[in-house]
Design a protein around this ligand. Structure first.
Ligand code: AHG
Ligand code: MN
Ligand code: MN
Ligand code: MN
Length: 335
C-alpha cells in the first residue's frame, strides 16, 4: 500500500550471519556464535565511548602498552570488554590484543577453533576530543589438530577467515568480510540495539583524488614516498591537485577511503623503519577489507600486505591502501 514506506524486511547482522551459515553446509555454527560475541563487544564499547565525558572515562589510565603507547582509560576498559566477550563465547582459543603483551589462551574453551586479533580502540589519541575511533578484529582458524598456539595467529592475512572493524562515529558502523567474500556494512540502530545491513557489497571507487597521511612525518620519508605525495599536489593539464584528509584514527580514515576512494598510508620511514601500524590487528584485517572491496593494500616494500608474515605478535609494517588505480601509482613510484 501507499503511505509511509517502512522497511519491515530488515537484515540484521544476526540474520545475515545465520543466512551465511546456511550457505556453508559444513558450518557448525561456532563462527556465528563467535560473531555474536564480537557484536556484543562493539555495542558495549560504543556505549562507554558515548558516555565517557559524563562518567569520568576520559584521559589516561597511567600505563603504557608493549608498543610504547600510553593507554587511555577507554583503551583498558575496551580491552577488558573484548577479552571477556571472547572468553565467554567459548569459541575463541586464543587472543592477541594491542593492549596485552602476550597471547591470551582460553584453555577452558575446550572445543574453541578460532584465534582472534584485536585493536580494542584504534585512534585512542582522539578519544577526549570526541573524534571517531574504532575497533579492529581479525579471525584465524586453528590448524587441524592444534590445541591453539602462537603459530595459529602468526599467519599472513591471506589465511584469515574473516576480518573487519567497527567505527564509532556519528553512528556505529560495522564492516565485515569473509574469506573470498564481499564486504558488508552495518549501522547500529540504537533503538532496537541491532546492527542493520545498510551497505551491502561495498566496492571502493577505482580512483579518487584524496590522500590521507600524517604529513608531519615527511622529513623522515624515503625519497620515493616524498616524490609520490609531491606528485599528488601538482595540477597537470588543468586537473586539480588532490585533497588532503587525515583524522588520525586509521579506522575512520580507512572507512572514508573505502566509501569515497583515494589512498590512506602510514609509510615506513627513516625514524620508524617498520612503520607504525601493527600487522596482526591493524594492517592485515584492513588489507582484507580493501582487497575484497576491489582495492589494494601493500607494505613499504610494495609486497601485497596480505602476504606479509608477522615475526612477532606486535610486529609492524608500513602500509599503503586504497583505490586500485592509486596503489598502482604508488607501485610505479617505487620501481
Ligand atoms: P592506536 O590508537 O590503536 O594505538 O592506533 C593509532 C594509530 C592509528 O589509529 C592512526 O592511523 C595512527 O596511529 C595515527 O598516528 P599519528 O598520530 O602518528 O599520525
Ligand atoms: Mn595504542
Ligand atoms: Mn590502532
Ligand atoms: Mn588501539
Amino acid at each position: 500500500s501507499d503511505g509511509e514506506k517502512i522497511n519491515t524486511n530488515i537484515v540484521t547482522l544476526t540474520r545475515f550471519l545465520t543466512e551465511e551459515q546456511v550457505k556453508h553446509k559444513e558450518a557448525t555454527g561456532d563462527f556465528t556464535l563467535l560473531c555474536h560475541a564480537l557484536q556484543f563487544s562493539f555495542k558495549s564499547i560504543a556505549y562507554y565511548i558515548r558516555r565517557a565525558t559524563l562518567v569520568n572515562l576520559t584521559g589516561l589510565a597511567g600505563s603504557s602498552n608493549i608498543t610504547g603507547d600510553e593507554q587511555k582509560k577507554l583503551d583498558v576498559i575496551s580491552n577488558d570488554l573484548f577479552i571477556e566477550a571472547m572468553r565467554s563465547s567459548g569459541k575463541c582459543a586464543l587472543l592477541v590484543s594491542e593492549e596485552e603483551d602476550e597471547v591470551i589462551y582460553f584453555r577452558d574453551s575446550k572445543h574453541a577453533r578460532y584465534a582472534v586479533a584485536c585493536d580494542p580502540i584504534d585512534g585512542s589519541s582522539n578519544l577526549d576530543a570526541g573524534v571517531s575511533v574504532g575497533t579492529i578484529f581479525a579471525i584465524h582458524k586453528l590448524e587441524d589438530g592444534s590445541a591453539g598456539t602462537k603459530e595459529d595467529i602468526l599467519k599472513p592475512g591471506s589465511e584469515l577467515v574473516a576480518a573487519g572493524f567497527t567505527m564509532y562515529g556519528a553512528s556505529a558502523q560495522l564492516v565485515i568480510t569473509m574469506k573470498g567474500g564481499t564486504v558488508n556494512g552495518f549501522t547500529l540502530d540504537q533503538g532496537v540495539g541491532e546492527f542493520i545491513l545498510t551497505h551491502p557489497d561495498m566496492r571502493i571507487p577505482k580512483a579518487r583524488s584524496i590522500y590521507s597521511v600524517n604529513e608531519g612525518n615527511s622529513l623522515y620519508w624515503e625519497q620515493n614516498v616524498k616524490d609520490y605525495f609531491e606528485s599528488l599536489k601538482q595540477a597537470p593539464d588543468g586537473k586539480k591537485p588532490y585533497s588532503s584528509r587525515y583524522i588520525g584514527s586509521m579506522v575512520a580514515d580507512a572507512y572514508r577511503t573505502l566509501l569515497y576512494g583515494g589512498i590512506f598510508a602510514y609509510p615506513a620511514d627513516k625514524k620508524s623503519p617498520k612503520g607504525k601500524l601493527r600487522i596482526l590487528y591493524e594492517c592485515a584485517p584492513m588489507a582484507m577489507v580493501f582487497e575484497n572491496a576491489g582495492g589494494q593494500a601493500v607494505d613499504s616494500k610494495m609486497n601485497r600486505m596480505l602476504d606479509v608474515v608477522p615475526e612477532t605478535i606486535h610486529d609492524k609494517a608500513g602500509i599503503f591502501m586504497g583505490s586500485y588505480d592509486e596503489i598502482e601509482k604508488v607501485k610505479a613510484f617505487h620501481k
